[in-house]
Design a protein around this ligand. Structure first.
Ligand code: SF4
Length: 257
């Protein structure tokens, strides 16, 4: 049986289908290792799932403590050689934002708890897999745990003026489909967290998004099997790591598959 298509590959496909092709060939297709400040901010955001269990601590103090812990633990979590002075500089940048985060998030924190973080999901039936940042369980406070499960993603870019980015909604839909398959519970909403902006946005997931995710899954699967997709006219080609290989691949080649 073929390996399931990863939800992250759906995001990559939306960026550029050809990036999926070159990644399947074992090429490194995207320059960013996430920046240290984004990695630290992500750790701080993940820690919010533990806030209620900390008993009595105010949110500002909790976030500052989370940042300190992330600073200590990051070299263990990502052991690829983190430079200490870069880490301290990144922690300083995150600390400036974390100072305001408590007041921005205090009203919205109920959207994120109770929850579990970094949950692996996989469905051979759907041919999809992925790791969701957080799954919120709504209804537990009323003694109705599991009444509604809400997938939530942490994004280290900034949010659009309203709602969430289209790619984020599709990715959330992918996680929602996987969660439904695992729990046999309908999942029709999701959250996107933008911690740099102190925003948590809730979105409804539509049938059209589900259809689109499944079609992209099919296309990613075909690409992983060797189909060369056409070059998009508006691909993010500036700075692309595989631009030389891409330009020498005749689009026509895909038609012989
Ligand atoms: S060069 Fe452009 S079209 Fe080719 S893989 Fe990179 S982003 Fe996609």
């Amino acid at each position: 049986m073929a390996e399931p298509v990863r939800i992250s590959d759906i995001t990559l496909y939306l960026r550029c289908p050809r990036l999926v092709y070159f990644q399947a060939m074992g090429r490194k297709v995207w320059p960013e290792a996430a920046s240290l400040s984004n990695l630290l901010m992500r750790e701080v955001a993940l820690s919010l799932s533990e806030f209620e269990t900390e008993g009595g601590m105010d949110l500002d103090a909790f976030l500052r403590e989370s940042l300190e812990r992330a600073k200590l633990e990051l070299p263990t979590i990502y052991p690829e050689g983190i430079n200490t002075s870069d880490l301290l500089a990144a922690a300083g940048a995150v600390g400036e934002v974390v100072g305001d985060l408590g007041s921005k998030l205090s009203e919205k924190l109920g959207l994120l708890t109770p929850s579990e973080v970094e949950v692996d999901l996989r469905s051979d039936r759907l041919g999809l897999s992925g790791r969701i940042d957080r799954i919120v369980s709504r209804g537990e406070r009323d003694g109705r745990r599991g009444e509604a499960l809400i997938p939530s993603m942490i994004k280290t870019d900034l949010p659009p003026e309203t709602g969430v980015w289209r790619g984020d909604r599709l990715r959330l839909t992918g996680y929602a489909i996987l969660l439904e398959d695992k729990t046999s519970t309908r999942v029709d909403r999701g959250l996107v967290e933008y911690p740099w902006a102190g925003e948590i946005r809730e979105v409804e997931l539509h049938s059209s998004d589900r259809r689109r995710v499944l079609r992209i899954r099919d296309r990613v699967r075909a690409i992983n099997e060797g189909k060369l997709p056409d070059r998009p006219r508006d691909g993010p080609c500036a700075g692309c790591l595989v631009i030389d290989s891409c330009e020498t691949r005749a689009t026509l080649a895909s038609k012989f598959f």
